[in-house]
Write a protein that binds this ligand. Structure first.
Ligand code: PLP
Length: 384
């Protein structure tokens, strides 16, 4: 099936098709597709007048969201914990994984703080070392990272963002994960800037914990996300935060007062509910859209847009592309240094191009429904 971008935009993002904005800021906040907005409106009405809610609106909503996330990752729904953002998943990893005095949690400079502070604090509390490898020429040094994994027996955890929020650098999860797995090192991934523009098959990629907010590239409401925990690891990890529904007995609403502290044997043990049913229902709609179009179709379109930006920077020396040229090392985040970044940003703003300035660079983050014409218009505005 070919993807008709204009028909899609007219249906799901009419404001984009009408030219109200050129939205190239998915690395900040994803817009909500029309179907998701409709779901929020319909469910929101029921929420406001709860006598209209049925049992089906409660826990089955979470199962729809969980199933959609699991399909996107090619894993069992057992391994998915619904969470309100990425940071909860990173905290789960930092607080529940077994590492202790003298052990090293390895990461790199340039990480978004969501994948830094939880580790600094958790490592300090345990007498472990949180080590950030320096960037080399503004890029993570994957060879140095691999060397540390392969030669330093104190490394117990590796924690990385799949794709950098500012440079767009993409790590090779399969290679790093395989090196970690071979040495019994836990591999934790902050996936929020990767999933959507990229696909992943976690059944065949050695990642232990994969935390992903869905509010950006997955076009879902704020306060929604999920964390995958490798199945074999689930029963080994005791949640630090305990909710009334992390216990298996809570499945039976007739047994509340048994106080049976036996965790679920699946990733629901890491959920601390009540989560927002309205917005998780909306998230299920948005993820459903990815599954319907096809995650690979979406990834291919983002890749073509990024290729176009790379070719543009190549043809215009006054625009320096910070993001790697190699398609294997990038995704949807595209970062540029221009002659005068504040002036460029103002030009983009006047041209109705939604973008962000990060780390002194212009960040454009196009998604699959953006058109070549939209991207070209934005790229032209990078020129002084
Ligand atoms: C790499 C990365 N991790 C995490 C986040 C956000 O974390 P959370 O979903 O917990 O708000 C962002 C963006 O804000 C990000 O770019």
């Amino acid at each position: 099936m070919t993807f008709d971008v204009h028909a899609f935009r007219a249906r799901e993002f009419p404001w984009a098709e009408a030219g109200e904005a050129i939205y190239l800021d998915h690395a900040s906040t994803g817009p909500l597709p029309q179907r998701t907005r409709d779901e929020i409106a319909a469910f929101g009405l029921k929420r406001a007048e709860p006598f209209r809610l049925s049992n089906d609106d409660y826990f089955p909503t979470f199962e729809r969201a969980r199933n959609a996330a699991a399909r996107l990752l090619n894993v069992s729904p057992r391994t998915i914990a619904l969470m309100s953002n990425t940071s909860h998943g990173v905290n789960l990893a930092a607080r529940a994984l077994p590492y202790g005095p003298g052990d090293v949690v390895l990461s790199v400079h340039g990480e978004f703080p969501a994948n830094v502070y939880p580790w600094i604090i958790a490592a300090r509390r345990r007498g472990a070392e949180h080590r950030l490898l320096p960037l080399v020429n503004g890029r993570p040094d994957e060879a140095a990272l691999m060397h540390a994994i392969e030669t330093d027996p104190r490394v117990k955890v590796v924690a990385l963002s799949w794709v950098s929020f500012w440079s767009g650098y993409r790590f090779d999860l399969a290679a790093i994960g395989a090196a970690c797995r071979a040495r019994g090192i836990y591999f934790v991934v902050d996936a929020i800037q990767g999933l959507g523009p990229l696909t992943i098959d976690l059944a065949n990629t050695p990642v232990d914990i994969f935390a992903c907010g869905t509010q950006k590239w997955l076009l879902s409401p704020w306060g929604t996300g999920f964390t995958y925990v490798r199945d074999e690891l689930i029963s080994e990890l005791e949640p630090e935060e305990i909710g009334w529904a992390s216990q298996a007995s809570s499945g039976d609403f007739g047994r509340f007062l048994d106080y049976d502290p036996t965790f679920h044997d699946d990733a629901r043990r890491f959920e601390v509910i009540t989560l927002d049913f309205v917005h998780f229902s909306a998230m299920a709609e948005s993820l459903g859209l990815f599954l319907e179009i096809g995650p690979q179709v979406i990834a291919d379109r983002v890749r073509l847009l990024a290729d176009r930006a790379v070719a543009f920077a190549d043809a215009h020396p006054e625009v320096a592309l910070i993001t790697p040229v190699d398609p294997a090392q990038r995704a949807g985040v595209l970062s540029f240094r221009t002659v005068d970044v504040p002036a460029t940003s103002e030009r983009l703003r006047l041209g109705k191009v939604t973008h962000t300035v990060r780390e002194g660079c212009i960040r454009l983050s196009p998604h699959f429904y953006n058109t070549n014409a939209e991207l070209d218009a934005a790229l032209e505005l990078l020129l002084s």
